[in-house]
Write a protein that binds this ligand. Sequence first.
Ligand code: NAD
Ligand code: USQ
Length: 390
Amino acid sequence: MRILVLGGDGYLGWPTAMYLSARGHDVGVLDNGLRRQYDHELGAGSLVPIESMATRVRAWREVSGKSLASYTTDLCDADGLYAVLREFAPDAVVHFAEQRAAPYSMIDRKHAVHTQVNNVVGTLNLMYAIGELDRDVHVVKLGTMGEYGQPNIEIEEGWLEVTHKGRTDRMMFPKKPGSFYHLSKVHDSHNLEFGCRIWGLRVTDLNQGVVYGQETDETALDPRLATRLDYDSVFGTVINRFAIQAVLGEPLTVYGGGSQTRATIDIRDTVECIRLACENPADRGEFRVFNQATEKFSLSQMAETVRAAYPGVAEVVHVDNPRVEIEDHYYSFVHTALESLGLQPHTLSDTLLTSMFKVVEEHAHRVDREAMKPVVDWRRAANEAPALRL
Ligand code: NAD
Ligand code: USQ
């Protein structure tokens, strides 16, 4: 298949592009470099050094013998996007290309607006381009488990059959997200479902849990193929942060009481889920939702699991929660669709943590401990941390 990976320079987009290419697909990567700009803005960066997109593509060709078409294009530039779609003519588009950090979206008005404009407009442009150029192109869109929030009922895969006052309908599962970023994904989901109804688009919305890990078979082939590993309090995700804190001997910072529960997935399962979704497309007019997460843990369980896997001096501490989230809540979600397509999940206790510890040990000298402290407070409309006065 011809598969265009939007956001192909990012943490997940780059390993996914190589994974699909290694499995015989003709792959293109599109990115506008926005994520690298956030690094400059925040004075943070990947723990693992990463090469430019051009070097990555060249290195992949040298190592694998396979070419990747590469486009520097902003999804918010509709003309540019239409031109790429005309030229590459994909069968499937995998859409990772959004501002993806909840704390970034909660810095202040400017960052909330940027997040929602970038994400919602980029996705709308993609929908229109496919609606006008070729409605058979399958859109595999990265959503998030956080769209659902923490409901007191079981989370279904996107849809819910509701009986109300004696009548029954199939409705999109009600959403109660926890940041302006997560809200942008909810808006995308609604726009995409509408596109399926009016234009007969084919869409798979992958509601992914928090990803952990840094190595896949392909990234490990050559240091130039490494993907990024974020640890700062804005872009670093929780298990990756805990792994880095454990290696550094820094306290593992559980926000609040630690009973909040989250859905998780190993990066090696992410890339396989994308392959499964692409190779088994949604029908014409179908808005298909898969919950792309394999396990659930409370934050305290995550911290304990990481600490136990790296026995050292690190301890688990509870810090005031900068976010607004429910503790001591019910949390259960269905995740059978991807497994029924053949996914065989890795679990957190598997070997991945060990490989991540090695990577962190190798690059520990690059850590800026200041960047690890939480600086964005959900309760403040404008956050005051000097690094974030932009
Ligand atoms: P990332 O920030 O590392 O990668 C996203 C890439 O998209 C970046 O390289 C960025 O430059 C690019 N991009 C952003 N806006 C763009 C635009 N307008 N035009 C072109 N390129 C643009 O993020 P990631 O961690 O790889 O996440 C990828 C996707 O998966 C996101 O949509 C995110 O919401 C979703 N997701 C991530 C996680 C996780 O734990 N990392 C979990 C669930 C869902
Ligand atoms: N947390 C801690 N300590 C930390 C950092 C975070 O306890 O040092 C807690 C947070 O309070 C939160 C949980 O860990 O309850 C997850 O936080 P996170 O930053 O790892 O993840 P989140 O903000 O939810 O966002 C990440 C990705 C996002 C993706 C989402 C999947 O950045 O792109 O959509 O995970 S999900 O959470 O399922 O919505």
